[in-house]
Design a protein around this ligand. Structure first.
Ligand code: BV8
Length: 256
C-alpha cells in the first residue's frame, strides 16, 4: 500500500510549485527493464565494475572491451519502453510549463514518454562520436550510414580514423558546458526539487538538490532504498517510482 500521507504531503507541495525541477537517475528506468547503473554490469559483465569501464582510461586501454560493454547496454536499452513513472513526469510537465527534468540517465525514455524540457547531464547512449571530435564537439557519427554498427570492436571515424565511442560522459570527464549551465540555471530558479531514483553518489548531479535545499526549497525523494541524499531531503517516499509517480501526479491535478 502506498504510504498515503507522504504522497498527500508531496502532492500538496508540488501542487503549489510553479517551477519544479525533477532530478532523475537510473532508478526511474528500472521498471522499464533497464538495469540501474551499478547493476549495469550483470551476466557476462558481472566481473567488471561499471565505474571502471565508464572512463576514458578504460577506453584508451581496451577500446574494444569498452565498446562491447556499451553495445551490450545499447541492446538492452533499445528494447526498453517508458514506464508509468516516465509518463507521469511528462503529464506533470503538461500541468507545469516551467518544469524541468535534469537526468543523469543515458537512455531517452523521458523523451519517448513525451517530456520535452529535459536536460541530459551525461549524454545519450544511442549516439556515437569520433573520440577526437575531429569535426567539432561532438562529432557525431551515424553508424548505420557508414555501416559501422559493429558488435565487438570500436569502429574507426570515417573522417580521421580515430576510434568511435559512445556520446556519454565518462568519469573524470567534464560534463557538457551547455547542459551544466542549463541545469544550474534550472536549479537556481526552482521552487521545488523532486529526486527520483538516484543513489546520489555521482557529482556534480548530486550537488544540485543540495543547492536548492540550502536556499530553503523543499526537496522530495522517491526511492525504495535510502540514498546518499536521503538524510538531507525533506520528504522521502520509499516506494518504486513507477508505482508512486502516477498516483502523485493524479493527486497534484485533483486534490484528494
Ligand atoms: C566531473 C554515463 C569534472 C556513462 C555516468 C565530488 C565529490 C566526489 C567525486 C567527484 C566530485 N566531483 C567530481 C567527482 C568525480 C566523479 C564522481 O562523481 N565520482 C563519484 C562516483 C565518486 N564525477 C565525474 O567524474 C563527473 N565529471 O565532475 O568533471 C572533473 C573532471 C575530472 C576530475 C574531477 C572532476 C562525470 C560523472 C558522469 C559519469 N557518467 N554515466 C554511463 O552511463 O556508462 S554516471 C552513471 O551514474 C549513470 O549516468 C547513472 O545515472 C549515474 C548515477 O547513478 P544512478 O543514476 O544513481 O544509478 P545507481 O545505479 O547508482 O542508483 C540507482 C538508484 O535507483 C538506487 O538508489 C536505487 O535504490 C534506485 N532505484 C532502483 N529501482 C528503483 C529506484 N528508484 C525508484 N524506483 C525504482 N523502481
Amino acid at each position: 500500500m502506498l504510504s498515503d500521507s507522504k504522497i498527500e504531503e508531496a502532492a500538496a507541495l508540488i501542487r503549489v510549485s510553479r517551477r519544479p525541477v525533477i532530478l532523475t537517475g537510473a532508478g526511474v528506468s528500472a521498471e522499464s527493464g533497464v538495469p540501474t547503473f551499478r547493476d549495469a554490469a550483470s551476466g557476462l559483465w558481472s566481473k567488471y565494475e561499471p565505474t571502471e569501464l565508464a572512463t576514458p582510461q578504460a577506453f584508451q586501454r581496451d577500446p574494444d572491451l569498452v565498446w562491447r560493454f556499451y553495445q551490450y547496454r545499447r541492446e538492452i536499452t533499445s528494447l526498453a519502453r517508458p514506464n508509468p513513472g516516465h509518463f507521469a513526469l511528462a503529464e506533470l510537465e503538461a500541468q507545469k510549463p516551467d518544469q524541468w527534468i535534469i537526468t543523469q540517465n543515458v537512455d531517452d525514455l523521458h523523451e519517448q514518454a513525451g517530456s520535452q524540457r529535459v536536460i541530459r547531464l551525461h549524454g545519450r547512449l544511442r549516439d556515437s562520436k569520433c573520440s577526437q571530435n575531429c569535426k567539432g564537439d561532438p562529432t557525431l557519427i551515424d553508424l548505420e550510414k557508414y555501416h559501422l554498427n559493429l558488435l565487438d570492436s570500436a569502429p574507426r571515424c570515417p573522417y580521421c580514423g580515430a576510434r568511435i565511442r559512445p556520446d556519454v560522459v565518462w568519469f573524470n570527464e567534464m560534463l557538457p558546458f551547455a547542459a551544466l549551465e542549463a541545469a544550474w540555471g534550472a536549479i537556481s530558479r526552482a521552487d521545488l526539487v523532486l529526486i527520483v531514483g538516484t543513489s546520489g553518489l555521482v557529482h556534480p548531479a548530486a550537488d544540485m538538490p543540495m543547492d536548492a535545499r540550502d536556499r530553503g526549497i523543499p526537496v522530495i525523494e522517491i526511492n525504495p532504498k535510502p540514498s546518499a541524499l536521503t538524510p538531507v531531503v525533506d520528504l522521502w517516499i520509499d516506494q518504486p517510482s513507477g508505482a508512486v509517480l502516477p498516483e502523485l501526479v493524479r493527486r497534484v491535478a485533483a486534490p484528494a
